[in-house]
Write a protein that binds this ligand. Structure first.
Ligand SMILES: C[S@@+](CC[C@H](N)C(=O)[O-])C[C@H]1O[C@@H](n2cnc3c(N)ncnc32)[C@H](O)[C@@H]1O
Length: 386
């Protein structure tokens, strides 16, 4: 049994050991793309404690942050997908994991012909605090009584503000592989807020983790083995998605869900899922007479700003929503109605996004629109109309 406050220490100790020697029970089988494994040294490959492959959802040129990077496998795969124009930052709190990852980074860099990966030390629920800087300060003034403890606390707060380890709005994609469940309950909310903070507007999270099909009882959460083994810190399937929603993300979806549980404990199923969530719905709303039509197949949908739309109807949307819908993950579900007379953004009036309203076709065409045309030949297939 562990005290609620000791969970992080238990996790650190277990993964420090797992960095030195392969720990069998920490491994959930994952099919990585073998093409990317060729340049990765064996000790990294065998000390893999992931449960999914978020790197599959990355693109060339992106700046990626991997939370709980361990010995670096996902970072080294990501390095190849984002290529020499992209960048990968791995963050972990366990020195032994960082040591293996950092020792192998130049090996991978040499084999690739470019080096675009670095590893930093932080707790993923506090990505602003540079733990190595703090390590150095504490070596110079060790804590022997309350005064240096309070001074260190002050320094940490100052560092977070003046010199954050991961700056706000600096990352294209936050990825993580089987780590979020390990963060103690009282810090989980802060963890999701931190993911949101570091992402650029328009950025996204692609996260693989273990989730449960039922809430995990407290006595199971206090079992050190189950907690540090990526089991009992799991959020429920619904709770995991809600945590992203509460942090302000939109367009949240399950990309992959294992049908077979990884483990079942006391009847509760624990399985791997990979989810995606986007940042960027915050901001002002302006009226530019745009409209969207939900294509179906469902009778109606509700977005993360509470716009409820019925299939086939034309809805008034603000410029921000219109542009969000034009991109992933919404694009394929909507038709877009462009106003005939463009309203420049600089002249646009505020739009009340708190209500959902239909858009009369006259609003996008103009109230005086009375054009009559001949049949449009572009509608015909082949030569039959010519
Ligand atoms: C299950 S392993 C996964 C490692 C890696 N993502 C992989 O796929 O092999 C969990 C890793 O997360 C790190 N970790 C756990 N909790 C953390 C926290 N709160 N902050 C930073 N790192 C953490 C551990 O040190 C360990 O390296």
């Amino acid at each position: 049994m562990i005290e609620a406050t000791r969970k992080e220490t238990v996790v650190r100790q277990r993964y420090a050991a797992g960095a030195k020697e392969r720990a069998k029970n920490l491994c959930c089988p994952v099919d990585y793309d073998s093409e990317y494994l060729e340049v990765i040294p064996q000790e990294v490959i065998e000390r893999d404690y992931g449960c999914g492959d978020p790197s599959r959802y990355l693109h060339e040129g992106e700046t990626v942050l991997d939370l709980g990077s361990g010995t670096g496998k996902i970072c080294f795969i990501a390095a190849q997908i984002v290529g020499r124009n992209g960048k990968v930052i791995g963050v972990d709190m366990t020195d032994e994991m960082l040591e293996v990852a950092r020792r192998n980074a130049p090996v991978v860099g040499k084999r690739l012909g470019y080096a675009n990966v670095e590893f930093r030390k932080a707790r993923i629920q506090d990505l602003a605090l540079d733990l190595e800087f703090l390590d150095r300060q504490l070596k110079e003034s060790p804590i022997t009584n309350a005064a240096p403890f309070l001074a260190a606390d002050e320094l940490a707060q100052e560092l977070q503000v003046k010199n954050p380890l991961i700056a706000s709005d600096s990352i294209d994609v936050v990825i993580s592989n089987c780590v979020l469940n390990l963060v103690e309950p009282k810090s989980k909310r802060q963890l999701f807020d931190e993911i949101f903070r570091v992402l650029k507007k328009g950025g996204r999270a692609a996260i693989s983790d273990i989730v449960s099909d039922e809430p995990v009882p407290e006595e199971m959460q206090n079992d050190a083995e189950l907690w540090s083994g990526c089991i009992s810190g799991a959020l429920t399937e619904a709770g995991f998605l809600q945590a992203f929603e509460h942090a302000g993300f939109y367009g949240i979806q399950i990309l992959k869900r294992d049908v077979q549980p990884w483990r079942t404990v006391q009847g509760i199923e624990f399985r791997s899922v990979t989810i995606e969530a986007f940042k960027g719905k915050q901001g002002e709303c302006f009226e530019r007479n745009q409209a969207v039509i939900y294509r179906g197949p469902f009778k109606e949908v509700l977005d993360d700003d509470n716009h409820r739309m019925e299939r086939g109807k034309r809805y008034a949307v603000c410029d921000k929503t219109y542009n969000l819908y034009k991109k992933a993950p919404y694009r394929e579900f909507f038709e877009f109605v462009v106003p005939i007379v463009d309203v420049p953004l600089t002249e646009a009036r505020p739009f009340d996004c708190s209500r959902t309203a239909l858009r009369h076709p006259k609003e996008t065409k103009g109230q005086d629109y009375d054009v009559t045309t001949q049949a449009n030949n572009k509608c015909c297939d082949g030569d039959s109309c010519s």
